[in-house]
Design a protein around this ligand. Structure first.
Ligand SMILES: CC(=O)N[C@H](C=O)[C@@H](O)[C@H](O)[C@H](O)CO
Ligand SMILES: CC(=O)C(=O)O
Length: 307
């Protein structure tokens, strides 16, 4: 049995870090990973949507994961997203993740092709069989077009190595059903950051999110309020978080906005890779205002933690 405790809590979906020419920059990756380790988060999800894994070559993805492991391996839980268009490349990345020392692998079902459940099952199975690492399914139907059925989840969850699912669909009912299928020891990790508290309340063990990275303190605060049963306070933090998310989503790309905010927080990780758009010059004033708001809320969260 895999000990799943280390996967429960706030897991940051790590942004890609590039140099000023747009090349993967291991020094910046390490700095970003360190930034989060110092904030006390549980772990990092590397090479997923936020990590732009699908926009990078396999060689680049390996460099990123190695940099993360060198910096925070053994200190934070590291989940390597190894999903790629072909099973062959996914397996190559899975084996690399094991050699690099990652705590688990994870993969989306499909990239580009509309796949049948049998196809996806085979795809995931090849990755699972290629290493001894635990596997976390990544269910994100709005980008992959693949809807994980109760039937397929039941078969997957029956395997010891399949320890959980990250669910990014917006249905909290589906989240609860996934938990019911997997059972109490099966991890369910919340995807939509806007409803972290709802996901948590209905059965999620924690979450992996793309906006946690610009406001980790707020998610840590929300999580601790939830754990301590202070639901009204937790709700108030979720609402503050949602003001920020709504604002982040008003820019040409979420990741461009997140990286521009992070830069103002002192962590440079370049612009996202096209076709993900950077923040236009004309919008930088709005980014500064957004960072000011995050800074204020973070200050409140930290102050109340000391009481
Ligand atoms: C669809 C999508 O990318 N979902 C992400 C992870 O699951 C979330 O972290 C969102 O980025 C976030 O909730 C903002 O909408
Ligand atoms: C958002 C998320 O979890 C990801 O970057 O894959």
């Amino acid at each position: 049995m895999v000990d799943t405790e280390k996967f429960k809590g706030i897991m940051i979906a790590l942004y890609a870090a590039y140099d000023d020419e747009g090349n993967v920059d291991p020094a910046r990756v390490r700095k970003l990973a360190r930034h989060y380790a110092n904030k006390g988060v549980k772990g990092l999800y590397v090479g997923g949507s936020s990590g732009e894994g699908m926009l990078q070559t396999a060689a680049e993805r390996k460099v990123v994961l190695e940099a993360v492991m060198e910096e925070v391996g053994g200190e934070l839980t590291v989940i390597a997203h190894v999903g790629a268009a072909s099973t062959r490349e996914s397996v190559e990345l899975a084996k690399h993740a094991e050699a690099a020392g990652a705590d688990a692998i994870s993969a989306v079902p499909a990239i580009y092709y509309r796949l049948s459940p049998a196809s996806v099952e085979r795809h995931w199975q090849e990755m699972i069989d290629s290493t001894s690492l635990p596997f976390i399914i990544y269910h994100i139907p709005q980008t992959t077009g693949f809807h994980l059925s109760a039937d397929l989840l039941t078969r997957m969850a029956a395997q010891d190595k399949v320890i959980g699912v990250k669910i990014s669909s917006e249905s909290t009912y589906e989240l609860q059903q996934f938990k019911a299928i997997g059972g109490p020891d099966f991890l369910v990790l919340n995807g939509p950051d806007e409803q972290y508290l709802a996901g948590r309340s209905i059965g999620a063990d924690g979450g992996i999110g793309g906006t946690y990275g610009v406001m980790p303190e707020l998610f840590l605060k929300l999580e601790s309020c939830y754990r301590e049963g202070r639901m009204e306070e937790a709700k108030a933090w979720q609402f503050k978080i949602n003001e920020i998310i709504k604002n982040l989503l008003s820019f040409p790309s979420l990741y461009g906005a997140c990286k521009a905010v992070l830069k103002l927080q002192g962590v440079e990780c370049g612009e996202p890779r096209l076709p993900l758009l950077p923040v236009p010059q004309a919008d930088l004033g709005r980014i500064a205002l957004l960072q000011k708001q995050i800074h204020e809320y973070t200050g409140e969260a930290l102050a109340s933690a000391q009481v």
